[in-house]
Design a protein around this ligand. Structure first.
Ligand code: LLP
Length: 384
């Protein structure tokens, strides 16, 4: 192929084309997850020698087969709801550490989490002020808002007054007094500034800021510098340099060696491992040169293009070897003008029932799917 079809020349799915075509002919829409890619990404993260414990942020993809692989690779797990905690508990061994890192969770959610072995992260004054008795005798982690956010889109930046996450630094002392009154021990500080970050220096800055705050507090033994590790999506973006990240973290730990270092990446582990398979339903022309290519699923299966203008590579798997001659607006069947999977994509001249692959669907794909228009959900298949 040429043009956009060749953007990620080394993608696993090109080698699995026949299997994917067979799976798509059985059924679409369908997510397919390539476990060897999950393992390869897991090992890249595990190569960070400066990090003591890595939690997989399961919000990115909760498929039990993926949770099992990551448990085998030595990951702990970060959950944000009782549902995620229950799914993880059912999939991984009972000695694997868990983190509960919710936002605006109810008292009942905290009560459910306290029944599990999860370490609880609190990101507001309210729980410790109003439900303090729940945390008596507990070790807790405090999520702070360092005052700025980062990420691939404004909607995924999680710092600053425009974001609902974390306790602002100026309220930290109040939080500590309330925790003390409740008889809870604040043993960790946490910050997560956003998602889809490709600059290794970022996590060093977060560690240094948290460490300076922790030294002032005195009881802190753990610093959780969050997730957010990005993967290149647009052609031309450069991958996160993991060796550089390890150097950055190693050097900042030399300045503050007294803390354990935790992280919680989601996307990095699973994004490239998943593809969404769909079939062409119809074609439509409008005006002189606008051509719509309709698929049997859209924003109901993968909302990222509609929600964040996210760019996902799209390929016609049936015609992978044909020249990309035609500019398409690739859309789904949902009754919204925003139901677009890819704008201005050069693809081979495509026909009804061709199999179309949407790449990088392993993170925030199936987990964010909806029932809108009462369309059936894509199912999920694992390739071992
Ligand atoms: N830790 C916390 C506290 C988080 O809020 C998140 C993501 C993560 C870790 C994992 O971030 P990751 O490593 O996956 O970037 N739906 C959006 C991403 C939202 C991320 C929400 N929080 C997307 O599709 O881009």
């Amino acid at each position: 192929g040429s043009g956009e079809q060749a953007a990620h020349a080394a993608a696993w799915w090109q080698g699995e084309r026949d299997t994917l075509l067979r799976l798509a002919h059985e059924r679409t829409p369908r997510y397919v997850y390539h476990l060897p890619t999950v393992r390869a990404q897991a090992r890249r993260v595990k190569s960070l020698k400066a990090v003591d414990r890595v939690h997989y942020a399961v919000k990115a993809n909760t498929h039990p087969g993926i949770l099992k692989v990551l448990a085998e690779e030595g990951f702990a797990f970060e959950c944000v709801s009782p549902g995620e905690l229950a799914t993880v508990a059912a999939a991984v061994p009972t000695d694997v550490p868990l983190l509960f890192t919710p936002n605006f969770a109810s008292r009942r959610d905290f009560e459910a989490a306290l029944q599990t072995r999860a370490t609880i992260t609190i990101d507001a004054l309210h729980p410790i002020e109003h439900w303090g008795d729940m945390f008596t005798g507990r070790d807790i982690v405090l999520r702070v808002d360092l005052g700025r956010g980062l990420g691939h889109h404004d909607k995924v930046k999680t710092g600053g007054t425009g974001s609902k996450f974390g306790v602002p630094v100026e309220h930290v002392d109040r939080f500590l007094r309330l925790a003390d009154a409740a008889g809870a021990r604040v043993i960790g500080l946490h910050a997560h500034l956003g998602s889809g970050i490709l600059d290794a220096a970022h996590w060093g800055e977060v560690y240094a800021q948290l460490a300076a705050l922790a030294e002032r507090i005195g009881t802190i033994s753990v610093l959780n510098i969050g997730g957010g590790l990005g993967v290149p999506s647009h052609p031309g973006e450069t991958a996160l340099d993991m060796a550089a990240l390890d150097r950055v973290l190693t050097s900042v730990r030399q300045a503050y060696p007294q803390f354990q270092l935790w992280m919680e990446p989601g996307r990095y582990l699973v994004a490239d491992a998943g593809v969404l398979l769909a079939k062409v339903t119809q074609e439509k022309e409008k005006g002189a040169n606008v051509r719509y290519l309709g698929l049997d699923t859209g924003m109901n299966s993968l909302i990222r293009p509609a929600l964040y203008d996210a760019w996902h590579e799209i390929a016609n798997l049936t015609r992978l070897d044909e020249p990309a001659t035609t500019m398409y607006q690739v859309v789904g069947p949902i009754c919204e003008s925003g139901d677009i999977l890819g704008s201005d994509r050069r693809l081979p001249e495509s026909k009804e029932d061709d199999v179309v692959l949407v790449a990088q669907g392993g993170a925030y794909g199936a987990v964010m799917a909806s029932h809108y228009n009462l369309r059936d959900a894509a199912d999920e298949v694992l390739l071992p």
